[in-house]
Design a protein around this ligand. Structure first.
Ligand code: THU
Length: 136
């Protein structure tokens, strides 16, 4: 199985762990680190809405926790499902794009499109005018 297909399968599984009683959108993410390991995350919502977190950044947190500050992102898949269980096209939000680029601007990002195919794009392409902390 191609690694992106494997990550897509893991992302689907992770989405089913989501805690999303408010939006009812269950999101899963699965990434491959440059070191060759896979990590997953799901969205975790909260009654105080802004306290909730995205699947992609949960997966990144798991990777950093496991590998430390040397973690580099090689590829990530995102999968989402609605309350009826149907797969939905969801691409990483702006905050997650900034976070993905932090760990790998050249990383492959794959997510479902509206035609049910899978988009494959580099993280850097998702956020061309990303924030870069000026050094002074
Ligand atoms: N969500 C993610 O997990 N990842 C994204 O990139 C976009 C949005 C979650 C957050 C929230 O729990 C739900 O989707 C609806 O916004």
């Amino acid at each position: 199985m191609h690694d992106l297909d494997f990550l897509r399968t893991l992302a689907v599984q992770a989405a089913h762990q989501a805690y999303a009683p408010y939006s009812k959108l269950r999101v899963g993410a699965a990434l491959r680190s440059a070191a060759g390991h896979a990590y997953t995350g799901c969205n975790v919502e909260n009654a105080s809405y802004p306290v909730g977190g995205c699947a992609e950044r949960a997966a990144i947190a798991a990777a950093v926790q496991a590998e430390g500050p040397g973690f580099r992102l090689q590829a990530i898949a995102v999968a989402a499902f609605g309350s009826d269980g149907a797969a939905l096209p969801v691409s990483p939000c702006g905050a997650c794009r900034q976070s993905l680029i932090e760990f790998g601007a050249d990383a492959a990002v794959t997510f479902r499109q509206s035609d049910d195919g899978w988009m494959e794009v580099k993280a850097g392409e998702l956020l061309p005018f990303r924030f870069i902390l000026p050094s002074r």
